[in-house]
Design a protein around this ligand. Structure first.
Ligand SMILES: *Cc1c(COP(=O)(O)O)cnc(C)c1O
Length: 237
């Protein structure tokens, strides 16, 4: 079995333990460090969603493999928004209002509605981007007013190496999504259903906390061993 298929099988297992349907979690294979040969290999194993963090790679790989869905997970730069909108099925990393307006403008020009997630800096680490938990409700309200941007949920990155802390960060993001939804109209809130959280080292924790999208790079594409956070017994509720 290939690496992608192994991770997908394990995701199925973890979903079983967490009493969640496998279909409720989308596995995004983060291909930012690999070439098109490895993307093709993952597609052959059933992968249908890929993540990239640079506009150039997104453009190149999306053109080669338009049959799968591409996710933009990197820092957004104003001048590159024209390269991302429309190519990315979902932009995970929106955290500046000026970028939201630019996405709206470009999407309007293309006659499309761009799906986005708001990146939240739950842990407060200075090295991480994202809106602060205090600002997320206001920010979401403003984004939801744009005609050509559709807010679909929230995204975060947890501090590395501490499973307990990662779990807390993921649970807080789930809470923030509920808070955001409570402050939006029912119609808009109905679309805000995604929680993009969990990477190679902590995706199991994220699934237990309600992730609907996990973004996995190294576990799918690299040979290095990944520090694992095995689900603990008390999680098996
Ligand atoms: C690289 C990256 C990932 C994947 O990380 P791995 O540890 O390789 O699984 C997930 N999300 C974002 C935003 C990334 O930049």
């Amino acid at each position: 079995m290939g690496r992608y298929a192994q991770v997908a099988t394990e995701l199925q297992d973890v979903c079983d333990h967490a009493l969640r349907p496998f279909e409720s979690v989308c596995l995004v294979a983060v291909s930012k460090t690999v070439g098109s040969d490895q993307v093709a290999a993952a597609i052959a194993q059933g992968a249908g969603d890929f993540g990239e963090n640079r506009p150039d790679a997104l453009m190149e790989k999306q053109a080669l493999f338009p049959q799968v869905r591409w996710h933009f997970i990197g820092n957004i730069q104003s001048r590159r928004i024209g390269d991302i909108v429309g190519r990315a099925a979902l932009i995970h990393s929106l955290c500046q209002l000026k970028h939201a307006h630019r996405i709206d403008e470009v999407a309007a020009g293309l006659g499309i509605v761009q799906d986005v997630l708001i990146e939240v800096n739950v842990s407060g680490e200075e090295s991480k981007s994202g809106v602060s938990p205090r600002e997320v409700v206001d920010f979401a309200r403003q984004v939801s007013e744009l005609q050509h941007v559709r807010l679909r949920g929230l995204m975060t990155m947890a501090p590395q190496g501490d499973p307990q802390r990662a779990r807390e960060v993921f649970e807080e993001l789930a809470y923030l999504k509920e808070l955001v939804c409570a402050h939006l109209s029912d119609e808009v809130a109905a679309e805000v259903s995604e929680l993009s959280m969990g990477m190679s080292g902590d995706w199991r924790e994220a699934v237990f906390a309600g992730a609907t999208i996990v973004r996995i790079g190294r576990a799918v594409f690299s040979d290095e061993s990944i520090e694992r956070f095995a689900p603990r017994r008390e999680d098996e509720r």
